[in-house]
Design a binder for this molecule. Structure first.
Ligand SMILES: [Zn+2]
Length: 139
């Protein structure tokens, strides 16, 4: 039984008592109380429905947020690799190892210690590969 149904049952009981809600103070009191209970029951049921809908919306948002988090944190991991470490790339001109570290990435280029060739450094792997292959074709 929902709250509304219980209040309706209570209202039926009160009506069965055949209370005088005009002349009897007790009858009037009970009548007003039942009226208030009816309003409360409707309010509570509206709130319960809203809470259920909000819960479903939060579930959807939570799933979306999890997708965004996995994307963002994966990218952060990549950035940390660049920030904390250095790595070596092979010079496409002379084959020497070029050390790429934070300062090289900040300057946007590295200089080969073997032949002195300078290469633009990009954070995206794709562009690095394009530049390296272009430099190789010039040989
Ligand atoms: Zn070189």
């Amino acid at each position: 039984m929902t709250i509304s149904e219980k209040v309706a049952y209570l209202k039926g009981l009160a009506e069965g008592l055949d209370l005088d809600t005009v002349k009897s103070k007790e009858g009037k009191l009970i009548s007003v109380m039942i009226g208030i209970l009816e309003e409360l029951a409707m309010s509570v049921e509206d709130l319960e429905e809203n809470a259920l809908n909000l819960g479903e919306e939060i579930d959807v948002l939570s799933d979306d947020l999890a997708d965004v988090e996995s994307e963002v944190f994966d990218e952060d991991d990549d950035m940390e690799d660049y920030d904390d470490d250095w790595f070596e790339v092979e010079c496409p001109t002379c084959g020497a190892d070029i050390m790429v570290d934070d300062s090289a990435l900040l300057e946007g280029e590295v200089e080969c210690p073997g032949c002195g060739a300078r290469y633009a450094m990009e954070l995206t792997d794709d562009e690095d590969e394009e530049e390296e292959s272009e430099a190789g074709e010039e040989e």
